[in-house]
Design a protein around this ligand. Structure first.
Ligand code: ATP
Length: 248
């Protein structure tokens, strides 16, 4: 499997704190990879580096061989790398449909040849939100806002989708359908996906490989089943009782 993303020694310091240190891993084309780590481990900083919201102090990330650090966030989207955020930020005062239409005007969205309205509706159907197309975006439930975020990202026609804690704040009745949606998008579109999550149980069902980090450093990479038992992961994060719970 060739790599769509190659992270090569990325490092980011905030004053005396090294939030991401010499990070190295790959994402294969069409692969779902999870980033696992406790609060403050550097997961969102890593996403901010990949999407050029911030610049690395050292190292680089190659997307289809292109150095992402040399591009602006908008250019990164135009290369085919889209993200969602931990905190959903829809355009308020606009409908759900209009929120997605904005993304349809991106270069990759326009290149699809579909009209923005038609494309928007198709994306909303894809994520199960078409029936709420005319609803003001700020009135959506938390779970539906996550779907809207995904629809907006999909409208830019990504090759790699970064999902920042898509299950945060959701109840178990919302997590399973959202997880099924992510699996379907991966299966049907052949999307490569990099997903941050705290919840190991959800990871076990969803991801093909896990990158475990702690204090900004890579501590293990491997199958979810192996990572959950990896001594450094257990020590840093999970605790034996949690391993028993997750693997039960
Ligand atoms: N702009 C910034 N300035 C200073 N320190 C920062 C900045 N952004 C992040 N940090 C620090 O870098 C470390 C990593 O933060 P980051 O948000 O990447 O962690 P995280 O793994 O995403 O955590 P969480 O799961 O809580 O979202 C933390 O100690 C955080 O306080």
């Amino acid at each position: 499997m060739s790599s769509i993303l190659e992270v090569q020694g990325l490092t980011k310091r905030f004053g005396g704190l090294t939030a991401v240190k010499d990070m190295r891993f790959d994402v294969g084309r069409g692969e779902i990879v999870g980033i696992l780590g406790p609060n403050g481990a550097g997961k969102t900083t890593l996403f901010n580096l990949l999407t050029s919201f911030i610049r690395p102090d050292e190292g680089r990330a190659l997307f289809n061989g292109v150095d992402l650090g040399r591009h602006t966030p908008a250019q990164v989207v135009n290369l085919g790398l889209a993200r969602t955020f931990q905190l959903c930020r829809p355009f308020v005062g606009m409908s759900v449909l209009e929120n997605v239409m904005v993304a349809c005007y991106s270069p990759r969205g326009r290149a699809s040849g579909e009209g923005p309205r038609e494309r928007s509706l198709r994306m909303l159907e894809d994520v199960g939100l078409a029936h709420k197309a005319d609803t003001p975006a700020e009135l959506l439930s938390y779970g539906d806002q996550r779907r809207l975020e995904i629809a907006r990202a999909l409208a830019t026609d990504p090759l790699l989708l970064l999902l920042d804690e898509p299950f945060a704040g959701l109840g178990s009745s919302e997590i399973e359908p959202l997880s099924a949606l992510i699996r379907r998008l991966h299966g049907e579109r052949g999307l490569s996906i990099l997903i941050i999550e705290h919840k190991l149980r959800e990871f076990m069902q969803l991801v093909q490989r896990v990158v475990a980090i702690d204090f900004g450093e890579l501590i293990a990479v491997g199958d979810a089943q192996d990572i959950v038992r990896h001594p450094k992961v257990v020590e840093a994060y999970i605790g034996k009782s949690e391993v028993d719970l997750v693997t039960a």
